[in-house]
Ligand binder design. Structure first.
Ligand code: GLU
Length: 418
Protein backbone atom coordinates (compact mmCIF):
# COMPACT_ATOMS: atom_id res chain seq x y z
CA UNK A 1 0.00 0.00 0.00
CA UNK A 2 1.39 3.43 -0.86
CA UNK A 3 1.91 5.45 2.35
CA UNK A 4 -0.42 8.26 1.19
CA UNK A 5 -3.39 5.89 1.45
CA UNK A 6 -2.58 4.46 4.86
CA UNK A 7 -5.68 4.85 7.03
CA UNK A 8 -7.66 2.38 9.22
CA UNK A 9 -10.62 2.32 6.80
CA UNK A 10 -8.39 1.72 3.76
CA UNK A 11 -6.57 -1.00 5.68
CA UNK A 12 -9.96 -2.62 6.40
CA UNK A 13 -10.97 -2.50 2.71
CA UNK A 14 -7.62 -3.98 1.64
CA UNK A 15 -7.68 -6.68 4.35
CA UNK A 16 -11.16 -7.76 3.17
CA UNK A 17 -9.93 -7.79 -0.41
CA UNK A 18 -6.76 -9.79 0.41
CA UNK A 19 -8.73 -12.41 2.31
CA UNK A 20 -11.22 -12.88 -0.51
CA UNK A 21 -8.61 -12.69 -3.30
CA UNK A 22 -6.75 -15.52 -1.57
CA UNK A 23 -9.90 -17.59 -1.10
CA UNK A 24 -10.90 -17.21 -4.77
CA UNK A 25 -7.35 -17.67 -6.00
CA UNK A 26 -7.42 -14.38 -7.91
CA UNK A 27 -4.72 -13.80 -10.51
CA UNK A 28 -1.77 -12.21 -8.69
CA UNK A 29 -1.29 -9.57 -11.42
CA UNK A 30 -4.85 -8.36 -10.88
CA UNK A 31 -4.51 -8.31 -7.10
CA UNK A 32 -1.97 -5.48 -7.06
CA UNK A 33 -3.92 -3.50 -9.61
CA UNK A 34 -7.25 -3.81 -7.76
CA UNK A 35 -5.72 -2.83 -4.42
CA UNK A 36 -4.57 0.51 -5.75
CA UNK A 37 -7.06 3.13 -6.93
CA UNK A 38 -6.80 4.05 -10.60
CA UNK A 39 -6.82 7.82 -10.01
CA UNK A 40 -6.70 10.07 -6.95
CA UNK A 41 -7.08 13.82 -7.07
CA UNK A 42 -6.38 16.18 -4.15
CA UNK A 43 -7.74 19.69 -4.44
CA UNK A 44 -7.30 22.78 -2.27
CA UNK A 45 -10.51 24.76 -1.90
CA UNK A 46 -10.02 28.40 -0.88
CA UNK A 47 -13.40 29.70 0.29
CA UNK A 48 -14.40 33.22 1.27
CA UNK A 49 -16.13 32.86 4.62
CA UNK A 50 -19.02 35.12 5.63
CA UNK A 51 -16.69 37.11 7.92
CA UNK A 52 -14.52 38.07 4.93
CA UNK A 53 -11.61 35.74 5.73
CA UNK A 54 -10.46 33.01 3.35
CA UNK A 55 -10.21 29.43 4.60
CA UNK A 56 -8.66 26.64 2.58
CA UNK A 57 -10.44 23.27 2.76
CA UNK A 58 -9.06 19.98 1.51
CA UNK A 59 -11.05 18.03 -1.09
CA UNK A 60 -10.60 14.63 -2.76
CA UNK A 61 -11.94 12.53 -5.60
CA UNK A 62 -10.75 8.95 -5.95
CA UNK A 63 -11.68 6.69 -8.85
CA UNK A 64 -10.90 3.15 -7.85
CA UNK A 65 -11.78 1.37 -11.08
CA UNK A 66 -13.52 2.02 -14.38
CA UNK A 67 -13.10 -1.25 -16.29
CA UNK A 68 -16.87 -1.90 -16.37
CA UNK A 69 -18.06 1.65 -17.05
CA UNK A 70 -17.93 5.19 -15.68
CA UNK A 71 -17.02 5.34 -12.01
CA UNK A 72 -19.77 6.13 -9.53
CA UNK A 73 -19.89 7.17 -5.90
CA UNK A 74 -20.97 9.77 -3.40
CA UNK A 75 -19.48 12.95 -1.96
CA UNK A 76 -18.88 13.01 1.76
CA UNK A 77 -18.63 16.22 3.80
CA UNK A 78 -17.29 15.31 7.21
CA UNK A 79 -14.53 16.58 9.49
CA UNK A 80 -12.71 13.20 9.42
CA UNK A 81 -12.60 12.77 5.62
CA UNK A 82 -9.11 11.86 4.39
CA UNK A 83 -7.55 10.42 1.24
CA UNK A 84 -7.32 6.91 2.69
CA UNK A 85 -10.95 6.90 3.81
CA UNK A 86 -12.17 8.14 0.42
CA UNK A 87 -10.04 5.49 -1.32
CA UNK A 88 -11.58 2.73 0.83
CA UNK A 89 -15.09 3.96 0.08
CA UNK A 90 -14.22 4.12 -3.64
CA UNK A 91 -13.01 0.51 -3.58
CA UNK A 92 -16.24 -0.62 -1.89
CA UNK A 93 -18.23 1.20 -4.61
CA UNK A 94 -16.44 -0.90 -7.25
CA UNK A 95 -17.50 -4.18 -5.62
CA UNK A 96 -20.99 -2.81 -4.82
CA UNK A 97 -21.84 -1.75 -8.37
CA UNK A 98 -20.44 -5.00 -9.78
CA UNK A 99 -22.41 -7.14 -7.31
CA UNK A 100 -25.64 -5.33 -8.26
CA UNK A 101 -24.79 -5.75 -11.96
CA UNK A 102 -24.69 -2.00 -12.66
CA UNK A 103 -22.47 -0.88 -15.55
CA UNK A 104 -20.20 1.23 -13.33
CA UNK A 105 -16.87 1.28 -11.60
CA UNK A 106 -16.32 2.73 -8.13
CA UNK A 107 -15.40 6.22 -6.96
CA UNK A 108 -15.84 8.47 -3.96
CA UNK A 109 -15.18 12.09 -3.12
CA UNK A 110 -15.18 14.26 -0.11
CA UNK A 111 -14.20 17.44 1.66
CA UNK A 112 -12.71 17.59 5.15
CA UNK A 113 -15.29 19.87 6.76
CA UNK A 114 -18.08 19.70 9.31
CA UNK A 115 -20.88 21.06 7.09
CA UNK A 116 -22.95 22.03 10.16
CA UNK A 117 -20.39 24.73 10.96
CA UNK A 118 -20.92 26.47 7.58
CA UNK A 119 -23.64 28.92 6.59
CA UNK A 120 -25.74 28.01 3.56
CA UNK A 121 -23.81 30.55 1.45
CA UNK A 122 -20.44 29.11 2.57
CA UNK A 123 -21.67 25.58 1.79
CA UNK A 124 -22.67 26.70 -1.70
CA UNK A 125 -19.31 28.39 -2.38
CA UNK A 126 -17.46 25.31 -1.10
CA UNK A 127 -19.52 22.96 -3.27
CA UNK A 128 -19.14 25.09 -6.39
CA UNK A 129 -15.39 25.45 -5.95
CA UNK A 130 -15.04 21.72 -5.27
CA UNK A 131 -17.08 20.90 -8.40
CA UNK A 132 -14.94 23.27 -10.48
CA UNK A 133 -11.69 21.79 -9.14
CA UNK A 134 -12.63 18.16 -9.86
CA UNK A 135 -14.34 19.08 -13.16
CA UNK A 136 -11.62 17.50 -15.36
CA UNK A 137 -12.36 14.07 -13.88
CA UNK A 138 -16.16 14.01 -13.90
CA UNK A 139 -19.03 13.81 -16.36
CA UNK A 140 -21.93 11.48 -17.21
CA UNK A 141 -19.63 9.20 -19.25
CA UNK A 142 -16.65 9.42 -16.90
CA UNK A 143 -17.50 9.66 -13.20
CA UNK A 144 -20.84 10.51 -11.60
CA UNK A 145 -20.96 11.87 -8.03
CA UNK A 146 -23.96 11.50 -5.70
CA UNK A 147 -24.98 12.15 -2.11
CA UNK A 148 -23.26 10.57 0.88
CA UNK A 149 -22.82 11.58 4.54
CA UNK A 150 -23.10 15.37 4.94
CA UNK A 151 -24.37 16.10 1.42
CA UNK A 152 -27.96 16.38 0.16
CA UNK A 153 -30.14 17.28 -2.82
CA UNK A 154 -29.24 20.97 -2.59
CA UNK A 155 -25.51 20.22 -2.68
CA UNK A 156 -26.10 18.03 -5.75
CA UNK A 157 -28.11 20.83 -7.40
CA UNK A 158 -25.21 23.30 -6.96
CA UNK A 159 -22.83 20.65 -8.23
CA UNK A 160 -24.96 19.99 -11.32
CA UNK A 161 -25.27 23.73 -11.96
CA UNK A 162 -21.52 24.33 -11.69
CA UNK A 163 -20.78 21.44 -14.05
CA UNK A 164 -23.44 22.67 -16.49
CA UNK A 165 -22.08 26.24 -16.39
CA UNK A 166 -18.64 24.95 -17.38
CA UNK A 167 -19.92 23.12 -20.45
CA UNK A 168 -22.60 25.67 -21.34
CA UNK A 169 -25.75 23.54 -21.19
CA UNK A 170 -27.75 21.55 -18.61
CA UNK A 171 -26.23 18.14 -17.89
CA UNK A 172 -28.58 16.37 -15.47
CA UNK A 173 -26.67 13.07 -15.79
CA UNK A 174 -23.52 14.60 -14.27
CA UNK A 175 -24.68 13.82 -10.70
CA UNK A 176 -27.38 11.77 -8.99
CA UNK A 177 -29.39 12.54 -5.87
CA UNK A 178 -30.57 15.85 -7.39
CA UNK A 179 -33.94 17.53 -6.85
CA UNK A 180 -36.63 16.30 -9.25
CA UNK A 181 -36.93 19.73 -10.88
CA UNK A 182 -33.51 19.25 -12.55
CA UNK A 183 -33.69 15.55 -13.40
CA UNK A 184 -33.65 13.86 -10.00
CA UNK A 185 -35.44 10.54 -9.67
CA UNK A 186 -38.48 9.68 -7.64
CA UNK A 187 -37.49 7.42 -4.77
CA UNK A 188 -33.76 8.28 -4.74
CA UNK A 189 -33.74 9.87 -1.30
CA UNK A 190 -35.32 6.86 0.43
CA UNK A 191 -33.58 4.30 -1.82
CA UNK A 192 -30.79 3.15 0.51
CA UNK A 193 -33.25 2.71 3.39
CA UNK A 194 -35.74 0.88 1.19
CA UNK A 195 -33.02 -1.47 -0.06
CA UNK A 196 -31.91 -2.12 3.53
CA UNK A 197 -35.48 -3.15 4.42
CA UNK A 198 -35.88 -5.24 1.23
CA UNK A 199 -32.82 -7.39 1.93
CA UNK A 200 -33.53 -7.67 5.65
CA UNK A 201 -37.03 -9.00 4.89
CA UNK A 202 -35.43 -11.70 2.70
CA UNK A 203 -33.07 -12.64 5.55
CA UNK A 204 -35.96 -12.75 8.05
CA UNK A 205 -37.91 -15.03 5.70
CA UNK A 206 -34.93 -17.29 5.41
CA UNK A 207 -34.76 -17.53 9.21
CA UNK A 208 -38.52 -18.03 9.50
CA UNK A 209 -39.09 -14.84 11.50
CA UNK A 210 -42.27 -12.77 10.95
CA UNK A 211 -41.97 -9.02 10.52
CA UNK A 212 -44.49 -8.55 13.34
CA UNK A 213 -42.11 -10.38 15.70
CA UNK A 214 -39.11 -8.36 14.54
CA UNK A 215 -37.49 -5.66 16.64
CA UNK A 216 -35.03 -3.27 15.04
CA UNK A 217 -32.24 -1.09 16.46
CA UNK A 218 -30.73 1.53 14.15
CA UNK A 219 -27.50 3.41 14.81
CA UNK A 220 -27.67 6.78 13.05
CA UNK A 221 -30.59 8.91 11.96
CA UNK A 222 -29.22 10.62 8.87
CA UNK A 223 -30.80 10.04 5.47
CA UNK A 224 -30.24 6.27 5.55
CA UNK A 225 -31.13 5.65 9.21
CA UNK A 226 -34.30 7.74 9.16
CA UNK A 227 -35.71 6.18 5.98
CA UNK A 228 -34.80 2.71 7.23
CA UNK A 229 -36.71 3.41 10.47
CA UNK A 230 -39.73 4.79 8.63
CA UNK A 231 -39.94 1.92 6.12
CA UNK A 232 -39.43 -0.80 8.77
CA UNK A 233 -42.17 0.85 10.83
CA UNK A 234 -44.56 0.97 7.85
CA UNK A 235 -43.78 -2.67 7.05
CA UNK A 236 -44.93 -3.71 10.54
CA UNK A 237 -41.64 -4.25 12.38
CA UNK A 238 -41.03 -2.67 15.80
CA UNK A 239 -38.26 -0.06 15.78
CA UNK A 240 -37.09 -0.08 19.40
CA UNK A 241 -33.89 1.92 19.26
CA UNK A 242 -32.33 4.71 17.26
CA UNK A 243 -29.42 7.11 17.79
CA UNK A 244 -27.81 10.35 16.69
CA UNK A 245 -24.55 12.00 17.78
CA UNK A 246 -26.15 12.89 21.15
CA UNK A 247 -26.80 9.20 21.96
CA UNK A 248 -29.50 6.55 21.71
CA UNK A 249 -33.24 6.54 22.33
CA UNK A 250 -34.66 3.17 23.33
CA UNK A 251 -38.13 1.81 24.00
CA UNK A 252 -38.66 -1.97 23.96
CA UNK A 253 -42.36 -1.46 23.21
CA UNK A 254 -41.47 0.38 19.99
CA UNK A 255 -40.71 4.03 19.31
CA UNK A 256 -43.28 6.41 17.78
CA UNK A 257 -41.08 6.73 14.68
CA UNK A 258 -43.09 9.33 12.72
CA UNK A 259 -43.28 11.56 15.76
CA UNK A 260 -39.56 11.15 16.60
CA UNK A 261 -38.51 11.89 13.00
CA UNK A 262 -40.82 14.88 12.86
CA UNK A 263 -39.30 16.35 16.03
CA UNK A 264 -35.77 15.63 14.80
CA UNK A 265 -36.56 17.50 11.58
CA UNK A 266 -37.62 20.51 13.60
CA UNK A 267 -34.06 20.56 14.99
CA UNK A 268 -34.43 18.71 18.33
CA UNK A 269 -31.55 16.35 19.20
CA UNK A 270 -32.61 12.84 20.32
CA UNK A 271 -31.31 13.70 23.79
CA UNK A 272 -34.25 16.13 24.15
CA UNK A 273 -36.97 13.81 22.82
CA UNK A 274 -38.96 12.01 25.50
CA UNK A 275 -40.14 8.78 23.92
CA UNK A 276 -38.01 6.21 25.75
CA UNK A 277 -34.80 5.70 27.70
CA UNK A 278 -31.67 7.59 26.77
CA UNK A 279 -28.70 5.30 26.21
CA UNK A 280 -25.07 5.69 25.23
CA UNK A 281 -24.03 4.56 21.76
CA UNK A 282 -22.43 1.42 23.25
CA UNK A 283 -25.56 0.58 25.24
CA UNK A 284 -27.72 0.99 22.15
CA UNK A 285 -25.59 -1.33 20.01
CA UNK A 286 -25.71 -4.07 22.64
CA UNK A 287 -29.49 -4.12 23.25
CA UNK A 288 -31.33 -7.33 22.49
CA UNK A 289 -33.07 -7.08 19.09
CA UNK A 290 -33.81 -9.16 16.00
CA UNK A 291 -32.07 -6.79 13.58
CA UNK A 292 -29.27 -4.34 14.25
CA UNK A 293 -28.66 -1.72 11.55
CA UNK A 294 -25.47 0.35 11.80
CA UNK A 295 -26.33 3.34 9.58
CA UNK A 296 -23.61 5.81 10.55
CA UNK A 297 -19.84 5.77 10.13
CA UNK A 298 -17.33 2.98 9.57
CA UNK A 299 -15.69 0.77 12.23
CA UNK A 300 -18.48 0.92 14.83
CA UNK A 301 -18.66 -2.81 15.51
CA UNK A 302 -15.26 -3.84 16.79
CA UNK A 303 -13.44 -6.37 18.94
CA UNK A 304 -14.62 -4.33 21.93
CA UNK A 305 -18.37 -4.80 21.44
CA UNK A 306 -18.90 -7.70 18.98
CA UNK A 307 -19.01 -10.25 21.79
CA UNK A 308 -21.80 -8.28 23.50
CA UNK A 309 -24.07 -7.70 20.48
CA UNK A 310 -27.48 -9.35 20.96
CA UNK A 311 -28.97 -9.30 17.45
CA UNK A 312 -29.73 -12.23 15.14
CA UNK A 313 -29.25 -10.27 11.93
CA UNK A 314 -26.77 -7.45 11.29
CA UNK A 315 -27.73 -5.35 8.27
CA UNK A 316 -24.84 -3.06 7.35
CA UNK A 317 -26.45 0.13 6.07
CA UNK A 318 -23.23 2.09 6.63
CA UNK A 319 -20.09 1.46 4.60
CA UNK A 320 -17.49 -0.58 6.50
CA UNK A 321 -19.20 -0.58 9.93
CA UNK A 322 -17.63 -3.89 11.05
CA UNK A 323 -13.90 -4.50 11.61
CA UNK A 324 -12.25 -7.77 10.56
CA UNK A 325 -11.92 -8.82 14.20
CA UNK A 326 -15.61 -8.16 14.92
CA UNK A 327 -16.62 -9.94 11.70
CA UNK A 328 -14.84 -13.13 12.83
CA UNK A 329 -16.45 -12.95 16.30
CA UNK A 330 -19.95 -12.45 14.86
CA UNK A 331 -19.49 -15.30 12.38
CA UNK A 332 -18.49 -17.59 15.26
CA UNK A 333 -21.57 -16.47 17.14
CA UNK A 334 -23.75 -17.25 14.11
CA UNK A 335 -25.04 -13.72 13.60
CA UNK A 336 -26.37 -13.45 10.03
CA UNK A 337 -24.53 -10.51 8.43
CA UNK A 338 -25.89 -8.77 5.34
CA UNK A 339 -22.68 -7.04 4.22
CA UNK A 340 -22.53 -3.35 3.34
CA UNK A 341 -21.87 -3.75 -0.40
CA UNK A 342 -25.16 -5.66 -0.62
CA UNK A 343 -27.24 -4.11 2.19
CA UNK A 344 -26.74 -0.46 1.23
CA UNK A 345 -26.65 -0.88 -2.55
CA UNK A 346 -30.23 0.45 -2.92
CA UNK A 347 -28.80 3.98 -3.04
CA UNK A 348 -26.55 3.41 -6.02
CA UNK A 349 -29.15 1.19 -7.72
CA UNK A 350 -31.64 4.07 -7.79
CA UNK A 351 -28.79 6.44 -8.69
CA UNK A 352 -28.34 4.23 -11.73
CA UNK A 353 -32.07 4.61 -12.51
CA UNK A 354 -31.70 8.38 -12.15
CA UNK A 355 -28.74 8.48 -14.55
CA UNK A 356 -30.54 6.25 -17.09
CA UNK A 357 -33.61 8.51 -16.94
CA UNK A 358 -31.42 11.63 -17.35
CA UNK A 359 -29.51 10.23 -20.29
CA UNK A 360 -32.70 8.98 -21.99
CA UNK A 361 -34.76 12.07 -21.03
CA UNK A 362 -37.57 9.68 -20.10
CA UNK A 363 -38.82 9.49 -16.51
CA UNK A 364 -40.38 6.60 -14.61
CA UNK A 365 -43.08 6.50 -11.95
CA UNK A 366 -42.45 5.60 -8.32
CA UNK A 367 -44.02 2.16 -8.58
CA UNK A 368 -41.64 1.16 -11.38
CA UNK A 369 -38.67 2.45 -9.41
CA UNK A 370 -39.61 0.55 -6.25
CA UNK A 371 -40.28 -2.63 -8.20
CA UNK A 372 -37.05 -2.48 -10.17
CA UNK A 373 -35.06 -1.72 -7.02
CA UNK A 374 -36.71 -4.68 -5.30
CA UNK A 375 -35.95 -6.99 -8.24
CA UNK A 376 -32.27 -6.02 -8.48
CA UNK A 377 -31.45 -5.97 -4.78
CA UNK A 378 -33.33 -9.13 -3.81
CA UNK A 379 -31.84 -11.06 -6.70
CA UNK A 380 -28.35 -9.91 -5.60
CA UNK A 381 -29.28 -11.10 -2.10
CA UNK A 382 -30.38 -14.55 -3.29
CA UNK A 383 -27.41 -14.94 -5.61
CA UNK A 384 -25.13 -14.16 -2.68
CA UNK A 385 -27.00 -16.47 -0.30
CA UNK A 386 -26.97 -19.30 -2.80
CA UNK A 387 -23.23 -18.91 -3.37
CA UNK A 388 -22.52 -18.66 0.38
CA UNK A 389 -24.46 -21.85 1.04
CA UNK A 390 -22.91 -23.71 -1.86
CA UNK A 391 -19.36 -22.77 -0.87
CA UNK A 392 -20.07 -22.92 2.86
CA UNK A 393 -18.84 -19.37 3.37
CA UNK A 394 -20.19 -16.10 4.79
CA UNK A 395 -22.48 -13.62 3.04
CA UNK A 396 -19.63 -11.08 3.10
CA UNK A 397 -17.15 -13.39 1.41
CA UNK A 398 -19.77 -14.47 -1.13
CA UNK A 399 -20.74 -10.86 -1.95
CA UNK A 400 -17.12 -9.72 -2.27
CA UNK A 401 -16.21 -12.75 -4.39
CA UNK A 402 -19.08 -12.06 -6.74
CA UNK A 403 -18.24 -8.35 -7.07
CA UNK A 404 -14.49 -8.89 -7.43
CA UNK A 405 -15.01 -11.66 -9.96
CA UNK A 406 -17.12 -9.39 -12.23
CA UNK A 407 -14.39 -6.76 -12.14
CA UNK A 408 -11.62 -9.33 -12.71
CA UNK A 409 -13.48 -10.67 -15.75
CA UNK A 410 -13.74 -7.16 -17.21
CA UNK A 411 -10.01 -6.55 -16.72
CA UNK A 412 -9.11 -9.89 -18.25
CA UNK A 413 -11.36 -9.30 -21.25
CA UNK A 414 -10.01 -5.81 -21.87
CA UNK A 415 -6.37 -6.76 -21.30
CA UNK A 416 -3.56 -4.48 -20.23
CA UNK A 417 -2.88 -1.17 -21.95
CA UNK A 418 -0.47 -0.55 -23.66
N1 GLU B 1 -23.10 7.28 -1.26
C1 GLU B 1 -23.88 6.12 -1.59
C2 GLU B 1 -23.07 4.86 -1.37
O1 GLU B 1 -22.14 4.83 -0.60
C3 GLU B 1 -24.49 6.20 -2.97
C4 GLU B 1 -23.55 6.41 -4.10
C5 GLU B 1 -24.23 6.71 -5.42
O2 GLU B 1 -25.45 6.75 -5.46
O3 GLU B 1 -23.51 6.90 -6.40
O4 GLU B 1 -23.39 3.81 -1.87
Amino acid sequence: MIPELDHPTFRLAVAQFDQVAEAMNLDTNLRERLKTPQRSLLVALPIRMDDGNVRVFQGYRVQHDSARGPSKGGLRYHQDVSLGEVAALAMWMTWKTALAGLPYGGAKGGVTVDPHTLSLAELERLTRRYAAEIFPLIGPDKDIPATDIGTNQQVMAWFMDTYSQQVGFAVPGAVTGKPQSIGGSLGREEATGRGVVNVTIEALRRKGINLEDTSVVIQGIGNVGSHTAKIFNEAGARVIGISDVTGGLFNPKGLPIDDVLQRRRSGLPLRDIKAGDHLTNDELLTQECTVLVPAALSEQITGNNAERLRCRILTEAANGPTTMEADAILNDRDVFIIPDILANSGGVIVSYFEWVQDVQRFFWNERDIRQRLHTIITSAFHRTLHFAEKKNTTMRTAALMNGIDQVAQAHTARGLYP
